[in-house]
Design a protein around this ligand. Sequence first.
Ligand SMILES: *Cc1c(COP(=O)(O)O)cnc(C)c1O
Length: 364
Amino acid sequence: MALHVHPTIASLKPYSPGKPLAELERELGIREAIKLASNENPWGPSPKALQVLEHAAASLHRYPDGGAHDLRKALASKWQVSHDEVIVGNGSDELISLLIKTFLSPGEEAVMADLTFVMYRLSVLASHGVPIEVPLKNWTHDLPAMMDAITDRTRLFFICNPNNPTGTMLSATEIESVLAHIPEHVVVVFDEAYYEYVRDAGYPDSLRYVREGRPVVVLRTFSKIYGLAGLRVGYGITTSEIAGYVNRVRPPFNVNSLAQEAARAALLDSEHVAKSRAMNEAEMTFLDEGLTKMGFKTIPSQANFLYFDVGMDGRRLFDALLQQGVIVRHIRGSMIRVTIGQPTENRRFFEALEHVLPTLTKSA
Ligand SMILES: *Cc1c(COP(=O)(O)O)cnc(C)c1O
């Protein structure tokens, strides 16, 4: 019997997570491959999170707390909101798809940038919605153009801040100049996966928009600075009304018990966050200066990765680096994204670059 798959689903390209380190090492027959491709914390998980895992593992025969009560309470207290204004997900990825499931019916629209986190587009298409992709301007969300793209059918408005993959940021001033003009039938999603890395003082306090009662969702994650990407836990702060709707479609045990416990511990590990942030800042400067010296154009970043123009087919540079055991991310055209690694990893990255560049420029 033939399968019936909707053409929209059949036409989707599976998310490509990049090659796992172990696989690359096997292929190349080397040991010290490095992965600077997924914006993970190179310093590893919060040690406090690791400490609670063994104790939590003793209860693995039990289902998790389906309401994630303790974790939501901890988040509510940290951010000075009520626990019914906190939603948790299997990564913020899941919250993105739950928001789409909650608010977007087939044929309805979600406005987003044309070069931003790919999960918005993928999840919208998977829900038979219509992604309205507005070109970036100067590598940043073009808010006025995104406003112009709103119609009666718009349900969601995605602002990735800082934006992945460009690392650029929208300021409070820029956001506040449009926020009041967004119609009330549109839910604004601020994806702040890199919140803890931002250094620019003009960064918006988006939780204020939630406290003002606007239809806004602020998404954050334990996958980046907290170093818990493998456990899958993200959260959203929003109005209790929006949280209530999302909870109607949320699977009951979407965040596993180890993730709940580890996230709660990581939240209190301000030392791990501060160290990761400081190291990121120092190494960002090192990478930025190094790349600039080599003649590449970098885009100023507020996150834990750098987006840069290699002035040639980025795919070729990506492949050449891969052969040296260095995994970065080729985004499109001549653009590459590299995650800020540990100092030794970043130096490896430069050695590999210097090794492959002459071969590439010769044959270009
Ligand atoms: C990494 C990332 C996420 C989330 O990840 P989860 O691991 O699913 O929490 C969300 N948004 C952006 C922009 C990201 O870069």
